[in-house]
Design a protein around this ligand. Structure first.
Ligand SMILES: [Cu+2]
Length: 159
């Protein structure tokens, strides 16, 4: 770096490295986004409490995930929905002739209940606020026939 040409070359290399680091930062951000998206549905911190005629299901909403069980028993289902995020969220359940949601949208920190009678089958669960569903707030809920109670689950007295 004793003469001018070498100095200029160093500057050019520095600039080049800066560009590379910018590109890497971008790649890392994309990788993080992808890993967030792929972790959707693997969160399982919520509970299903079986009742005599169905279940109480805990649901947590945040940016941009719906944390709830993948499978619940048929019957009278009460979703206990908490918005643990900062944005407004809500929950909509669709399928087998059902289309219900909690209205108005829930503010951060709010908890509300939605009671729906569900028959066995697949249901689509989404947060219909803005683009939240496409950002990750969507999942499929499987409702199992009441006979198919897994051993180990809280026992239920059948009528
Ligand atoms: Cu939402």
């Amino acid at each position: 770096m004793t003469h001018r040409c070498a100095g200029e070359e160093t500057m050019s290399i520095m600039k080049h490295l800066w560009m590379i680091s910018l590109a890497l930062t971008g790649t890392l951000a994309v990788a993080l986004l992808v890993s967030c998206a792929s972790s959707q549905g693997k969160l399982g911190n919520t509970k299903v409490i079986r009742t005599d005629d169905g279940a109480v299901v805990e649901v947590n909403l945040k940016e941009y995930e719906i944390d709830m069980p993948d499978s619940i028993p048929a019957g009278s289902v009460t979703f206990k929905v908490s918005n643990t995020g900062n944005h407004d969220h809500t929950i909509r359940i669709e399928g087998n002739g059902i289309d219900r949601k909690i209205e108005p949208n829930m503010k951060g920190g709010e908890t509300k209940e939605l009671q729906v009678t569900l028959t066995a089958g697949q249901y689509k669960i989404t947060c219909p606020v803005g683009p939240h569903a496409t950002l990750g707030m969507r999942r499929t809920l499987t409702v199992t026939p009441r006979e198919a109670v897994r051993p180990g689950a809280t026992s239920v007295s059948q009528p």
